[in-house]
Design a protein around this ligand. Structure first.
Ligand SMILES: [Zn+2]
Length: 220
């Protein structure tokens, strides 16, 4: 499945999604995907657990995964100047793996763990490098009144970048947020048709932008 469409699905979860002008969707999606891929390029071929070891990042095994807002947590990263760590919830990760079937194959528990570790590693890496793709990308106008404008960053771009990082580092066939959707569909929490509808809506948004590019490109 196309990375840009899955990235758009993630972007659509941003609280400020409606504030993004349609022609700017590609800017956020492509910028975030690129940031994740570029970061992964320097670690390619290195085992994710070795990256944790050499980065001094501890991995804890937590409980069953707390449920909040109907979302099952698979793990949580803690970042502080004193050190960084990731707490994993093996039961939730196993459950995700069990419901991750796609094109005749599903993740093993260990693979699902690695996906999660790679995702969190990106956030920790950004923290340690004092980098933030969310802040590097331009903000949107989130509030405007009488010439007064407030600009805000699009936080979900950090998630898109972390998905792209995990995909690249682990050579996954798709952006790993697809597994979250597969889980929701397989456990009856989301209708497959609704996911397909979401994907085509996201594609249309992106294509609208592409069409405008084409017009501009043709005019030069
Ligand atoms: Zn994340």
């Amino acid at each position: 499945m196309d990375d840009r469409i899955l990235a758009m699905c993630e972007l659509s979860n941003d609280l400020l999604f409606q504030k993004i002008p349609p022609e700017r969707m590609g800017y956020y999606v492509d910028g975030a995907l690129e940031a994740g891929r570029t970061a992964a390029a320097q670690f390619r071929g290195t085992d994710i657990r070795s990256l944790y070891q050499s980065g001094g990042i501890r991995i804890y095994r937590g409980g069953t995964g707390k449920k909040g807002y109907g979302v099952v947590l698979r793990g949580q990263a803690t970042m502080s100047p004193e050190g960084c760590s990731v707490e994993l919830y093996p039961d939730s990760i196993e459950e995700l793996a069990r419901h991750s079937g796609w094109e005749g194959r599903r993740l093993t528990g260990e693979e699902a763990t690695e996906v999660h570790l790679a995702h969190e590693f990106f956030h920790i890496w950004e923290y340690q490098q004092h980098k933030s793709i969310v802040e590097e990308l331009e903000g949107v106008v989130s509030f405007s009144l009488l010439g007064l404008k407030r600009h805000s960053h699009i936080n979900r771009c950090g998630e898109i970048a972390a998905h792209a990082f995990a995909k690249e580092l682990l050579s996954l066939p798709c952006l790993p947020n697809l597994y979250d959707y597969l889980y929701l569909i397989d456990t009856g929490k989301m209708a497959r048709g609704d996911f397909e509808e979401l994907c085509s809506r996201m594609e249309r948004l992106l294509l609208g932008e592409d069409a405008r590019y084409a017009v501009e490109g043709g005019a030069k």
